[in-house]
Design a protein around this ligand. Structure first.
Ligand code: ZN
Length: 218
């Protein structure tokens, strides 16, 4: 298969549900096609508020009929879809697949790391509120490590270098600096939340409850 869309339809993201329709994972389209081809998963496609299940063969068949190459009407309908071109036909990249073989998939814990912390805080310094690129941000221990402050979701925030320097080894009260909000462990993967801002992934919302799901975006 090759990419019909320059920029990589095969690297777009696909939400993975377990047998019980619970969101468990996010994978690349390339990985999703491998799972579909092996009959380990089926496509869940939402159309007019209803969802339909397709195995790989029937997905190739129906999505081939929707191919933007077939007509102008199809092309406009397909504006928000990604396509890959196989030898003789086009296949739409699914947005959601469901695992059909595995009873259980271990739920991945939300990793505590810089990338997720920056995403949680929206790349904004939690003292002055200014937004910076990741390269210009640092992490601040609200209660300093020298005072027994933990390295945890509840005690580490995104901070600009100026605020970090100003605060020094003091608590916010001592430094007279106020946090924009109390830091906490996000209820869902903050990078997933960023993806949900993209209309491409609108259909994922049906399978993501407000809380409780912690997904690792691969
Ligand atoms: Zn700042």
């Amino acid at each position: 298969m090759q990419n019909a869309v320059p920029g990589g339809a095969l690297s777009s993201s696909v939400l993975v549900l377990n047998r019980f329709y619970l969101a468990v994972h996010v994978v690349s389209a390339r990985r999703a096609f491998v799972l579909l081809y092996r009959d380990s998963a089926e496509v869940i496609h939402i159309e007019n508020g209803q969802y339909a299940n397709y195995d790989f063969e029937s997905w190739c068949e129906v999505s081939g009929q929707w191919s933007p190459a077939r007509s102008a009407e199809q092309a406009s309908r397909s504006a928000e879809q990604d396509w890959v071109r196989a030898a003789r036909f086009d296949i739409q990249v699914p947005r959601i697949i469901r695992l059909i073989r595995f009873e259980r998939v271990p739920r991945q814990a939300l990793r505590f790391n810089r990338r997720n912390l920056f995403a949680r805080d929206g790349h904004a310094c939690q003292y002055c509120g200014t937004t910076y690129p990741a390269s210009q941000l640092s992490l601040d221990h609200v209660v300093p490590r020298s005072r027994g402050g933990e390295t945890s979701w509840e005690n580490v925030v995104c901070s600009c270098v100026a605020c970090n320097t100003k605060k020094g080894g003091r608590t916010p009260v001592e430094a007279r600096m106020k946090l924009l909000r109390q830091p906490a462990k996000p209820r869902q993967n903050p990078q997933l939340a960023l993806k949900l801002g993209n209309p491409k992934y609108e259909s994922w919302r049906s399978f993501l409850p407000g809380g409780g799901v912690s997904l690792d975006v691969g």
